[in-house]
Design a protein around this ligand. Structure first.
Ligand SMILES: Cc1cc2nc3c(=O)[nH]c(=O)nc-3n(C[C@H](O)[C@H](O)[C@H](O)COP(=O)(O)OP(=O)(O)OC[C@H]3O[C@@H](n4cnc5c(N)ncnc54)[C@H](O)[C@@H]3O)c2cc1C
Ligand SMILES: *[C@@H]1O[C@H](CO)[C@@H](O)[C@H](O)[C@H]1NC(C)=O
Ligand SMILES: *[C@@H]1O[C@H](CO)[C@@H](O)[C@H](O)[C@H]1NC(C)=O
Ligand SMILES: *[C@@H]1O[C@H](CO)[C@@H](O)[C@H](O)[C@H]1NC(C)=O
Ligand SMILES: *[C@@H]1O[C@H](CO)[C@@H](O)[C@H](O)[C@H]1NC(C)=O
Ligand SMILES: *[C@@H]1O[C@H](CO)[C@@H](O)[C@H](O)[C@H]1NC(C)=O
Ligand SMILES: *[C@@H]1O[C@H](CO)[C@@H](O)[C@H](O)[C@H]1NC(C)=O
Ligand SMILES: *[C@@H]1O[C@H](CO)[C@@H](O)[C@H](O)[C@H]1NC(C)=O
Ligand SMILES: *[C@@H]1O[C@H](CO)[C@@H](O)[C@H](O)[C@H]1NC(C)=O
Ligand SMILES: *[C@@H]1O[C@H](CO)[C@@H](O)[C@H](O)[C@H]1NC(C)=O
Ligand SMILES: *[C@@H]1O[C@H](CO)[C@@H](O)[C@H](O)[C@H]1NC(C)=O
Ligand SMILES: *[C@@H]1O[C@H](CO)[C@@H](O)[C@H](O)[C@H]1NC(C)=O
Ligand SMILES: *[C@@H]1O[C@H](CO)[C@@H](O)[C@H](O)[C@H]1NC(C)=O
Length: 605
């Protein structure tokens, strides 16, 4: 019905007989290593092997996995990304580990489910050296055991967890060293770089850069890791100026599933270097180190913004607000060319009430612009916003209530200083669908078409709760002007994109069986939102780290024309397919069933 079915739709809809030829080894198989064999592995890797013990075990009768944190402590910390990062078996969004052991009172808890290892890894290597990673991965690959890689566990598509797997946890690859005049391999140039262990989070790296009077291009959230963000491109507050995070990498060290320890840069292992910069984490091996270009700190950051929503509940106000929203969308490329970055948040229905000062849900969108400019002035930001506000008032025939936020200039560091406890979204059950949009999609089309697409993408599965569109203004000049050699395998659509837009209209049933809840969400996205993106922006694609891993057109959406070449690199460095991730390269050769926990080969359709 929807063309080639995605992994998860397959899990729910396809008959399970006859399709599978071979599965990764599970504890149900006689060939699963004995306790003694695991102990032997442990001795060979310096005692760094940890048996999975869900931290929320203390919330269950008898504390079956002997968690040392009491249940209240677990509950109090469950929403903090920083805490899931530090719990070896955990990942932020437990739906991806089949809600195997969640504390009462959080998304995914059901009274009868109990606490098991379930969809979490069986063992974790709390690795301290590349040799340990190499030995453990080769050991698992030889035994046909699934490998997963976790840095922080932040992944929105569950790519850092998996049933019956051995997890390589990079948490303690946390070295950060500044080096001036680092010779760039394959060139006669040097750069001032930060050499960062692959398990670092951005907050620690920003602090280290600040200490030496520099900055780097990374993500906005302090607790997000380098590992998953850089490998998929990665955007943040400086990417519209200096390119994506992966555009700023000069070298990586990678341990492959076969146990090779490789240095990859412009002069050696170039295929791996190209692939690792853009394709997404957990595909080729464990990145133990990144060498990052540092940048001059901006002289200042000027913030400013405006908010608008329909003047009243009538249809004319709703239409006016759609027109104003479309005016914003169509102005973005010009605004960004003038140095604007930041975000646009759009809410409809119940969700809008908490975003603005309106007292009840309105028809039509409520829109909050949060803009930034570097090396600029409050006057300049004010003038830009006033010009835009005049345009919005004109196109809406004065039928929106519009408030300007006064501009403020501050130091870069006062704006960008990391806050590790700000990230409190862990635990939620959600899916998203997203797209990269360029001038062609935003400015160069009839306004009525633009309004129509924006309305269709604001569809909500639960109409009363409404939806949210989050526009990240991280494309533009930075990605577009990155030198060819620095571009890696990032989806080429980034080079002409201005905004990355995420739509949150899908509602995932947190208390249902996770595989069924995800399949139902995937099907809603496939029938309602994905067709709109495909019609509006057929030639762009999506940022996988913030995209829909079950899109039936995932190869095109996430990899574009690079797919065939990338698949060859994947097969070269991970010939046994030890690492599987949803919508990863060659993932259509596998079927991962959250119900049974089995990962089995299938014949792609
Ligand atoms: C609150 C929040 C804010 C976000 N903000 C941004 C943002 O500003 N910009 C942006 O671009 N993205 C952002 N993201 C998306 C983010 O890039 C992804 O969630 C990304 O997967 C996080 O990588 P991680 O290493 O922290 O997570 P993990 O879950 O640990 O890993 C993610 C994936 O990368 C793999 N991986 C991780 N480390 C390594 C490694 N060292 N070697 C090999 N594979 C590895 C894992 O196997 C997994 O497949 C945000 C996500 C959240 C939840
Ligand atoms: C391993 O166990 C699974 C689940 O019971 C089974 O389907 C599979 O055939 C077994 N594999 C081997 C090699 O025995
Ligand atoms: C691995 O060895 C260390 C050190 O002896 C020990 O503390 C740890 O419990 C062992 N891990 C497993 C899974 O047995
Ligand atoms: C849980 O642990 C915390 C921190 O150790 C302690 O303050 C609290 O009293 C404990 N609560 C219970 C119910 O044991
Ligand atoms: C939660 O994370 C914070 C920040 O890293 C840390 O200080 C705290 O000890 C953690 N608490 C628990 C219960 O894991
Ligand atoms: C996943 O959860 C479902 C529903 O709660 C359960 O039936 C199934 O056994 C679980 N599977 C695993 C691998 O934990
Ligand atoms: C580096 O410099 C040498 C000597 O001047 C020159 O021969 C070589 O071509 C240069 N290499 C690059 C990559 O520019
Ligand atoms: C701001 O200006 C400085 C020069 O003063 C420059 O080095 C830096 O790259 C600029 N930053 C941005 C984000 O444009
Ligand atoms: C918009 O502003 C007008 C005039 O201040 C006010 O009467 C009206 O209630 C506002 N609309 C909403 C939805 O808050
Ligand atoms: C409201 O506006 C929509 C879109 O322009 C239009 O199709 C519809 O007929 C209007 N409804 C009413 C009651 O005026
Ligand atoms: C306002 O509209 C005018 C006329 O279309 C356009 O030239 C100008 O760039 C717009 N300004 C902003 C800030 O969007
Ligand atoms: C910017 O505009 C605000 C009103 O929106 C005003 O209060 C402020 O003085 C202006 N700042 C400058 C520097 O023009
Ligand atoms: C969510 O799933 C549960 C368990 O299957 C079911 O009882 C409940 O009705 C579902 N909720 C919604 C809103 O569909």
């Amino acid at each position: 019905m929807y063309g080639s079915l995605s992994n998860l739709a397959l899990a729910a809809l396809a008959p399970s007989s006859g399709l599978f030829t071979a599965c990764k080894t599970s504890p149900l198989n006689a060939s699963w290593p004995s306790v003694n064999e695991w102990a032997a592995l442990n001795s060979s890797i310096g005692g760094t092997l940890v048996q999975a013990a869900p931290v929320a075990s203390s919330c269950y009768r008898g504390n079956p996995f002997s968690s040392s944190l009491n249940c209240t402590e677990v509950q109090n910390h469950w929403s903090y990304a920083a805490n899931h990062s530090g719990w070896p078996e955990s990942n932020d969004y437990s739906i991806w580990n089949n809600n195997s052991c969640v504390p009462p009172g959080v998304d995914g808890y059901t009274e009868d489910k109990g606490c098991s290892i379930g969809g979490m890894p069986q063992y974790i290597v709390d690795a301290r050296s590349e040799i340990q990673v190499a030995k453990a991965m080769a050991w698992a690959s030889d035994r046909n055991i699934r490998i997963v890689i976790k840095s922080t566990g932040h992944d929105l598509s569950g790519r850092s967890t998996g049933a019956y797997s051995l997890s390589i946890w990079t948490h303690n690859f946390n070295r950060i060293q500044y080096q001036q005049g680092w010779p760039i391999p394959g060139s006669n140039d040097t750069a001032d770089v930060l050499i960062c262990g692959g398990g670092n989070n951005w907050g620690n790296v920003y602090n280290a850069a600040h200490k030496v009077g520099k900055t780097v291009v990374g993500g906005e959230d302090a607790t997000v890791g380098l590992g998953g963000l850089i490998q998929n491109g990665g955007h943040g507050i400086l990417s519209s100026s200096h390119g994506l995070a992966s555009d700023n990498v000069y070298q990586v060290r990678v341990v492959t599933p076969t146990g090779r320890i490789l240095v990859a840069n412009d002069a050696q292992n170039q295929d791996l270097f190209w692939a690792v910069r853009g394709t997404g984490g957990g595909q080729f091996g464990v990145v133990t180190e990144f060498v990052l270009q540092t940048h001059q700190v901006p002289e200042n950051v000027v913030t400013g913004g405006l908010t608008f929503y329909p003047r009243s509940k009538d249809n004319a106000s709703a239409n006016a607000s759609w027109s104003a929203f479309a005016e914003v969308a169509s102005s973005l490329p010009d605004l960004m060319d003038q140095g604007i970055t930041g975000s646009v948040m759009v809410a409809t229905g119940g969700g809008a009430v908490s975003y603005t000062d309106q007292s009840e849900a309105l028809e039509g969108p409520s829109v909050v612009l949060g803009f930034l400019m570097y090396n600029s002035t409050e006057e300049n930001m004010n003038a830009t916003l006033q010009d835009l506000a005049a345009n919005l008032t004109r196109v809406s025939l004065n039928q929106v209530n519009l408030t300007l936020r006064s501009s403020e200039s501050q130091s870069y560091w006062s704006y960008a200083k990391p806050d590790f406890l700000a990230s409190r979204s862990a635990g939620a059950a959600s899916l998203t669908s997203s797209r990269l949009l360029g001038r062609k999609e935003l400015s160069d089309l009839p306004r009525s078409d633009l309004i129509h697409y924006l309305q269709q993408l604001s569809a909500a599965q639960v109409i009363k709760s409404g939806t949210m569109l989050v526009w990240g203004l991280q494309g533009g000049k930075g990605p577009a002007s990155t030198a060819e050699i620095r571009r890696g395998s990032v989806l080429p659509a980034w080079r002409t994109a201005y905004a990355h837009v995420m739509s949150y209209g899908v509602s995932v049933n947190a208390t249902a069986d996770p595989s069924k809840a995800l399949a139902a969400g995937a099907e809603w996205l496939e029938t309602v939102l994905e067709p709109v993106w495909r019609k509006w922006a057929p030639h762009t694609g999506s940022y996988m780290n913030e995209g829909n891993p079950f899109s039936s057109t995932w190869k095109h959406d996430f990899y574009g024309e690079n797919y065939p070449r990338l698949l060859r690199v994947k097969q070269k460095y991970d010939p046994s397919g030890s690492i599987f991730v949803w919508s990863g390269l060659g993932s259509d050769h596998w079927h991962y069933d959250l119900q049974s926990g089995l990962l089995c080969r299938v014949h792609p359709q």
